[in-house]
Design a protein around this ligand. Structure first.
Ligand code: HEM
Length: 446
């Protein structure tokens, strides 16, 4: 029998509508419990992404693959849906139409995605790994002497930001502005002004690369058949879609390795399996937890549910990966999870994400003896997002390490600098940035 999922907008938790909220603290505290309850509905469940924003969440692995592999029945363009959404809805931040590959189908998608895959293919993996080690070590030098650090705010995030701005050949001044504009966009104070400022900075970067081409992704994108707006959007998708989830992957993997119930009972057992931790996180806590979204043009019956036309059908990578019909014992060494999605819109850079993630985790484990979670900071808290799964902070302790006195001509390490402001989340103080890289220094509030 086919059930009907209403497309109206019920109040959160209203039993008459029986929609489960994917926003708010209850979901963030226990997403696995929420997915287990949603499975009572079958492979597709009625959820609410933000107050007054209903959606159908695909929680079954096989049904998820069916949707992901059928772009004709399940296209990506959200415009008919978004016309009916209040303009200030927080769901629009992620779901609003933008002229980039994520919202395109068919030949348009192939053109926009082709520009990306062509330039990603040319990224030198060996050089990228060496860069990751170098920048990671510079950041670690900044806090190695203190014995305490928020591994998200002072390691995973700045590491990814710096590596990505390097990949884009973005000079320090523009990097700082990009970071400030992006932060303003996420802070949501004046999203339109933040959007305008971000666009202006991206345009400057594009024009700079036209005048002074380099060995970077923006220069390579200039060779593709893209308008300036498409170029800016593509840079944004690559930066935002690459750096944030990879930072979350690093923090989620470190958390699993360091927590008592994590892999191998934390590091105290002496068992450190970085690849296993990364794979386990991609199965169980994928950074993009409920992401790929489709808008069928007409009502369509799927897995016993009638999905309404022009309403979002969201794939839950996290729920599909933990579908009880999949045997968890078969996960090790198995990469058929949906953390990078599947079908025509699957992530074009899973190998880069793994390389960056595993290298970053390895550096911390190699460099910081006695690393463990900072129990004094209380239990970790997760961001309240329906779309992504990431920590608010990852406070850790370790045995302080003396960093060798830096060579005055070395490019990265400089003498100790002033203390940095407390981490906005943990209130942690004492982390020092000794990097000469202006972006690292900006990140540390100096
Ligand atoms: C752990 C890190 C990462 C995860 C979990 C991840 C996951 C994903 C997922 C689930 C999608 C599908 C999104 C959708 O259907 O709407 C996607 C798409 C995409 N990802 Fe990643 N990604 C990661 C890292 C990266 C990196 C490092 C890059 C680039 C350097 C990148 C570039 C992209 C792009 C351009 C798309 C859009 C593809 C399309 O629409 O055709 N991602 N990613």
């Amino acid at each position: 029998m086919t059930r009907h999922l209403p497309a109206d907008a019920p109040p959160p938790g209203c039993p008459a509508h029986n929609r489960t909220a994917l926003h708010g603290p209850a979901f963030a505290a226990d997403p696995a419990g929420t997915y287990a309850a949603l499975r009572e509905h079958g492979h597709i469940a009625p959820v609410e992404l933000a107050p007054g924003v209903p959606a159908s969440l695909v929680v079954g692995y096989r049904t998820a693959l069916q949707v992901l592999r059928d772009p004709t029945t399940f296209p990506r363009d959200p415009r008919r849906w978004q016309d009916g959404v209040p303009p200030d809805s927080p769901a629009l931040g992620v779901m609003r139409y933008r002229p980039n590959c994520m919202f395109a189908d068919g030949a348009e998608h192939a053109r926009l995605r082709g520009a990306i895959t062509t330039c990603l293919e040319r990224v030198d993996r060996t050089a990228l790994r060496a860069d990751t080690v170098r920048v990671a070590d510079g950041l670690i030098d900044g806090f190695a002497g203190t014995g305490r650090v928020d591994l998200l705010a002072h390691y995973a995030r700045p590491l990814m930001f710096i590596l990505f701005t390097n990949l884009f050949g973005c000079p320090p001044q523009l990097s700082e502005r990009l970071a400030t504009n992006t932060k303003a966009l996420f802070d949501g104070c004046d999203p339109e002004a933040a959007d305008r400022a971000l666009n202006a900075t991206l345009q400057e970067l594009v024009e700079l690369k036209r005048r002074r081409p380099g060995h970077d992704l923006v220069t390579r994108l200039l060779a593709a058949d893209l308008s300036d707006e498409e170029l800016r959007q593509t840079v944004l998708v690559l930066m935002g879609g690459g750096s944030e989830p990879t930072a979350d992957l690093i923090a989620n993997a470190l958390y699993r390795m360091l927590s008592d119930d994590g892999l191998g009972g934390g590091l105290s057992s002496g068992v450190v399996r970085v690849d296993d931790a990364v794979d386990e996180v991609l199965w169980v806590d994928p950074p993009m937890a409920n992401y790929s979204t489709f808008y069928p043009r007409e009502a369509v019956a799927l897995a016993g549910v009638l999905l309404p036309a022009d309403q979002p059908v969201v794939i839950s990578m996290a729920a599909a990966n933990t579908d009880p019909s999949l045997n968890p014992a078969h996960r090790t060494g198995n990469r058929s999870h949906l953390a990078f999605s599947a079908g025509p819109h699957a992530c074009p850079a899973p190998d880069l994400a793994r390389l960056l993630g595993a290298t970053a985790v390895e550096r911390v484990l190699d460099r910081l003896p006695g690393l463990g979670l900072d129990g004094g900071a209380g239990p970790v808290r997760w961001r309240e997002s329906p779309f992504s799964r990431g920590l608010l902070a990852l406070p850790a302790r370790f045995t302080p390490v003396r960093v060798p006195v830096p060579d005055p001509v070395a490019p990265e390490v400089v003498p100790p600098a002033a203390p940095v402001p407390p981490s906005p989340v943990t209130g942690e103080v004492g982390v020092r940035s000794r990097s000469r890289n202006p972006v690292v220094r900006w990140w540390h509030g100096r």
